[in-house]
Design a protein around this ligand. Structure first.
Ligand code: ADP
Length: 394
């Protein structure tokens, strides 16, 4: 690109190069004598000092330009450089100006030596980093603000959680006490209505027979409900420690307990290989009992066929209880795990609507999840997970 006759850099004298530097580099450049008085300054610095000619700064010092606070610090630094010969590199310093405003500069100062190596002053270059500092400060303030917000929100959540936990505990206690204390008077009502039925059946009029039958039925349903409620609240109050158990054994226990309804319905229950898990044995058996019990109860005209299985999947066991019964519309797939949620009238399928709520609570306590996959007329598969035992911990 060089055109004929153009001067090449090496033909420029040091003095010329220095002039270019002082005139055009946008940083503050200055040469000072041993008393920290300006010898030369760049045009950029002159502008910052409010001088139209850089030469007007000669003989002046920082004390003429900045507040004493800043000038004293700069003076001390320079005297130290002159004394020791050690430079100050990229020091971030605050510059306070006489009109009160502040700027930040990243400053490097080195000793200025004559040809014999004697220190005759200092040379410095300062870059204005006010904007960067401001952005950093803003970022820092913003982060602090965010942290405060997060802390406040966490405290709020913790408070709400504690309140919820204590109100849950109170509710559980209430449910337990209420259902426990209701059992006794209810037993009385039930046995006397049964007595009435036995003794006066056919001796009063037809209406009386019907009324007594309603009373007997009502009392026994209420007993069932209270028993279910009690077992629900006992899950929390009387749960045993989780221990290493064979889930196969828990499942066999459930099948044993269900043998009457298995015989009545002719159900076929196939149990695959089930793993060792960390669980509460009684609760795991109850979980299988409720799920297999429902699989038998909600059957259609076909003989119930039930598959119990487990597979390992990303650190957990996925258990499944599959039936060929009536199935469940997807609209109800989550609702059925809530208390008292039933999809059928009592006359068709007996029940209290607590069984699956119990299942959910048991699975929750074991750190797992329960859900159903089903379509009406195509059977249902209830699935639940239990974390796998960590081998290293055993
Ligand atoms: P309950 O059996 O006492 O009604 P559950 O909580 O055990 O109460 O079940 C809730 C509802 O979920 C049942 O009323 C029934 O409609 C539905 N359900 C549960 N298990 C099955 C199943 N295996 N097949 C079809 N429907 C089921």
């Amino acid at each position: 690109m060089a055109s004929k006759g153009a001067s090449r850099p090496e033909t420029a004298t040091d003095q010329e190069l220095l002039e270019v530097f002082l005139q055009h580099i946008p940083d503050d450049i200055y040469f000072k004598d041993r008393d920290s008085r300006f010898v030369r300054i760049s045009r950029a610095l002159a502008t910052r000092f409010g001088l139209s000619d850089p030469a007007d700064a000669v003989g002046k010092s920082d004390f003429d330009m900045f507040t004493a606070e800043h000038a004293e610090q700069a003076f001390a630094d320079e005297q130290e450089i002159i004394r020791t010969g050690r430079p100050v590199v990229a020091k971030e310093e605050k510059e306070t100006w006489p009109d009160g405003h502040e700027t930040w500069a990243s400053t490097t100062k080195v000793p200025l030596r004559d040809r014999l190596g004697k220190i005759v002053g200092t040379v410095g270059i300062s870059r204005d980093v006010t904007e960067r500092r401001r952005a950093q400060h803003e970022l820092h303030e913003y982060k602090k603000h965010l942290e405060e917000l997060v802390a406040a929100r966490t405290a709020e959540l913790t408070r709400a959680n504690n309140a919820l936990a204590s109100s849950n505990a109170e509710l559980e206690k209430f449910a337990y006490v209420a259902s426990h204390d209701l059992q006794e008077p209810l037993r009385m009502v039930a046995s006397y209505t049964q007595l009435l039925a036995r003794r006066y059946q056919g001796k009063l009029d037809a209406d009386a027979d019907e009324f007594i039958a309603f009373a007997v039925d009502g009392a026994s349903r209420m007993q069932q409900l209270i028993q279910d409620l009690l077992s629900y609240s006992r899950l929390a109050t009387q749960g045993q420690q989780l221990e290493l158990i064979e889930s196969q054994v828990a499942c066999n226990t459930a099948v044993m307990d269900l043998r009457l309804s298995i015989e009545d319905s002719g159900a076929v229950v196939n149990i695959g290989t089930l793993p060792t898990v960390r669980a509460d044995p009684a609760q795991l058996a109850q979980l299988f009992l409720n799920l297999i019990g429902n699989a038998i109860k909600y059957r259609n005209e076909h003989t119930p066929e039930i598959q119990v299985a487990a597979r390992a999947e990303s650190g957990r066991w996925v258990f499944s209880v599959q039936d060929n019964g009536i199935g469940i519309d997807s609209r109800y797939h989550s609702r059925i795990f809530e208390m008292f949620q039933r999809l059928h009238p009592r006359e068709k399928y007996s029940g209290t609507g607590i069984g699956l709520a119990i299942c959910k609570k048991i699975v929750d306590r074991h750190g797992g999840r329960i859900w159903v996959e089903s379509r009406p007329g195509h059977g249902s598969t209830f699935l639940f997970t239990i974390p796998q035992i960590e081998r290293t911990a055993e």
